[in-house]
Design a protein around this ligand. Sequence first.
Ligand code: AMP
Length: 359
Amino acid sequence: MNVTTIGIIGGGQLGRMLAMAAARLNVRTIILEPQSDCPAAQLASEQIVAQYDDPSALEALSRACDVVTYEFENVPVSAAEHLQATVPVYPPPKALEVAQDRLTEKRFLNDCGIATADFRAVDSQQDLDLALADFGGRGVLKTGRFGYDGKGQRVFRSSADMPTGVFHAMGGVPLILESLVPFEREISIIAARARDGTVLAYDPAENVHRNGILHTSVVPATVSESTAAAAQDAAKRLLDALGYVGVIGIEFFVMADGGLIANEIAPRVHNTGHWTEAACVVSQFEQHIRAVTGLPLGDPCRHSDCRMTNLIGDEIEDVASWLQRPDVLVHLYGKAEARPGRKMGHVTELTGPKTPSNG
Ligand code: AMP
């Protein structure tokens, strides 16, 4: 095996789970993260404590690693491009560029033939008034960049809601207004593309959010075989168009007729794929390590039905009771302080042997 050391930009729980999967394959990991003793560094071989775009840290990372990847999508594109001059960076920086800006993301998805909510760029209050009038007073206003877990969003449900001063209240930054999608449920697909172009996808998960944060992911999702196949097909088109290597997460709204509307993409391992750790032989984390190191992809089939629940904030106090239950995998992230809204861990309950998708 040629590759022995992977650099991971970002030190959160996703980096931690990547480091664990890498270790089982004799792959060393070096984490670049400004916060020392971060969740990923607790399990990695080494940490470089520096900002993500620190030139000397990037230089040290590229010298020490055979390939560099990342665990969150707000890595500066310039840092990823700079690294790429000396070391392979997977997924490609282009994927970061597309995922970091909701307008670019929607246009790219549409160019791949993947439907999204109708949208308008909003760069002033006047733009917002016009766009809302276009959408009958209903829509979801989001910051164009750096939004996550429902942060930087505002929902308008009727024309009685017509806002004044909202553009400035949201920071005067570029925004996007999306039409309000009357979806029936939310699903996501976790797929991987290998260096040789092979694409494999896990079964879609059905996701429930609370206060904009993922609460549960359940597999199988309540969707028909054809909706599941359409999600996998969309993932393949997107991955091929990006010349992608690694794991991606794509979130979709499912409409009453089974049609899919893509909401957003995450060019990394994804919270809605944590269930793969308990219900598949090869998890999304190992799949990502395999893809970026040029190893063959693993079988994404699951052996069980399951439900993954995030432990958020003081839900971490329920761990003792989760540990009493059979068929539950508990995964904790090594975070000292349980602040509200902070993801502290997750649990995956195996709910029975695999049943087909149940739409
Ligand atoms: P996001 O940050 O884009 O993932 O949005 C967070 C959550 O807000 C989604 O999971 C949906 O539940 C809801 N949401 C986002 N965009 C829309 C939309 N255009 N129409 C309806 N609901 C939305």
